[in-house]
Write a protein that binds this ligand. Structure first.
Ligand SMILES: Cc1cc2nc3c(=O)[nH]c(=O)nc-3n(C[C@H](O)[C@H](O)[C@H](O)COP(=O)(O)O)c2cc1C
Length: 198
């Protein structure tokens, strides 16, 4: 069974991020010969509070906040492939995505303070990041997202396989760009082979 978790980080359902995630998932689904379970979550529709920095996760395994993040921790743990998407907001990720990532502090504490990991550290997972920008392509447009993604995927013990960056979507959406849709599909398709090779 191949388990895929995709998180759409834009609040706009059916738009650029959602569409690229959809295509990547289609590529995975149509390539996998194993049975597959796909969880597609919309960050904006989850009830997830920001980290309160209470330190509770350093004293007792898990987060003291009881909200939808509990389910997300489990899904990170179970997933073979994790796709995270975000629109570029002020050169960074959306607040919805950042809120989820900050709550991974509970995973960090479980590993490095309590030595009682919330995530199975020996399980192989691969991850892909999708990010869209309204502005036209320019050097370094997506750079600020990179160190965040590096730590995010590290927090869930997932190999960060790559990034799909698409600029200028406010001028021309990905829905009107066959090459972007095909690229997302083919990345999804490749991820299946890469997962099997691990
Ligand atoms: C709050 C906000 C901040 C934004 N900041 C940027 C930015 O810094 N750079 C940029 O290129 N586009 C910026 N945009 C445009 C979005 O990146 C663009 O509309 C988004 O990628 C579209 O994705 P979606 O259709 O999935 O929502 C911003 C949009 C909003 C609403």
């Amino acid at each position: 069974m191949l388990r895929v978790l995709a998180i759409v980080g834009s609040p706009r359902k059916g738009k650029n991020n959602d569409t690229l995630v959809h295509e990547m998932l289609k590529g995975i689904e149509e390539t996998s010969i194993e049975p597959i379970t796909i969880d597609k979550l919309y960050a904006d529709r989850l009830n997830i509070s920001p980290c309160k920095a209470c330190g509770g996760c350093g004293r007792k395994r898990g987060c003291v906040l009881k909200d939808d993040m509990g389910e997300v921790y489990e899904k990170f743990d179970q997933a073979d492939i994790v796709i995270l998407s975000s629109p570029l907001y002020f050169n960074s990720i959306s607040a919805q995505v950042k809120t989820i990532i900050d709550r991974n502090q509970a995973i960090w504490s479980s590993k490095y303070i309590l030595n009682d990991s919330l995530i199975n550290k020996s399980k192989k997972r691969i991850g892909y990041f999708i990010c869209t920008a309204g502005m036209p392509e320019e050097p370094h447009l997506f750079d600020a997202t990179l160190p965040i993604m590096e730590l995010f995927f590290k927090s869930i013990n997932t190999d960060h396989e790559g990034n799909l960056f698409v600029a200028n979507v406010d001028e021309k959406s990905v829905m009107e760009r066959k090459e972007s849709l095909e690229k997302a599909y083919s990345i999804g398709s490749d991820l299946v082979g890469k997962m099997k090779a691990l």
